[in-house]
Design a protein around this ligand. Sequence first.
Ligand SMILES: [Zn+2]
Length: 442
Amino acid sequence: MLILISGCRNNPEVEYDLVIKNVNLIDGTGTSIQKAVTIAIDNKQIVAIGSESDLNASKIIDGSDKFLMPGLFDCHVHTGDFKEDFANLIHYGITSIFVPGGSRCTNTYYAAMRLMSKQDSTPAPRVFHTSQHFTMEGRHPAKTYGGFNRTHGENIFYLKDTTQIEELVKQVAQYPILGIKITIEDGPAPPFVERIPQRFVDKTVREASKYDLEVYAHISDNIELEMAVKAGVQNLVHYTGVNIDPNNNVHLNWIETLRDQDVSWVTTLMIDKSFLYPLHPEWFDEEAMLPKYKQAKEMLNPDRVNRAKNIAEALKYEYDLEESTFMSFVDHHVTDVHFLYDYGINMVLGSDTGNDFNFHGYSLHEEMQILELGGMKPIDIIKMGTLNAAKMMKSDDRLGSIEVGKLADMILLDKNPLESIRNCLSIHTVVKNGVIQQRVTE
Ligand SMILES: [Zn+2]
């Protein structure tokens, strides 16, 4: 007797756009691997998943001995030249990105990114983004990250008093944004700047909710975390700098509130790499990315090394570094991320690529490898980079997992990513919107 599964039609007349036969499926929902599965894709969507493999399609891929998983999300991306960066992101299997503002992010730049992301013939991930930064003059990132042209109303909003917020939120709400980006942070290293006052954060959350928009806050320590919790911020775009003590009741109260309010939290451990690479390039030497690392070494200069020294000094104090490895630097963060994931917080992968020595596409894999090295399971890491990320992007009804009815964003791997997360680099094919994407080396 023939059993048809989820719409699988045993009709030789039906020709799908793409069929991947007999593959090992990791669907992104966190459930374990399904063997010898056939997936049919039609008109951008996954239309059938089942054991029936005798299907017609314009393109058929034999998935035997291969592994299929959802396309990855990098939920913290900056880009200076998106045409080049998009190609690298797709090359490494990142089919969706989240851009939480940045020095290039004018309305025109955002519109150009969105336009490119909406087609499937030139490699480009789906683009989700926030408004421009809401911050204040003389604060982060305007003062702390010099060297960029920042113009109020174009790539940044400098708030002077809370009465402006109503009008500004109304203004940015006309654009297809996920929400408002607000910077609470006092800067990455001494000399720190003043933080935006609590009432500005509170008001921004209230105004955003009138337009069904969420707030995406940039925080870098426990004080700023507490401010975000108090204001009811729905998304935190960095983990780095926060320090959670599971035995501290105040911390547990914050975390419980975050869980109850369904807050999403992006990892971005690679931001520390961006600071540390100039001091310890030997910590990061990497066969798989040799050309990029060579380029990175050429970028090293005394200015960058000095800037890194200042930041590393501050971090060293904070982390009490004993062993000279990158892992020892971020280990304590990985422990926290692991704890929060197990606690039920919607933890999401992001690399903060676009910062120095933090490579588009590849550095998300570095982020995943660090989490695995620190004790997290590949299946959980994958969920953070797929379904959890889609949830944060308010698109888990159509993205983030390989299920019937969802859009076909997928990566086919030669090796099993559940054995080692490094195997996410063994990419055979990248599919976005049901279309096989051109990779950089092809
Ligand atoms: Zn960033």
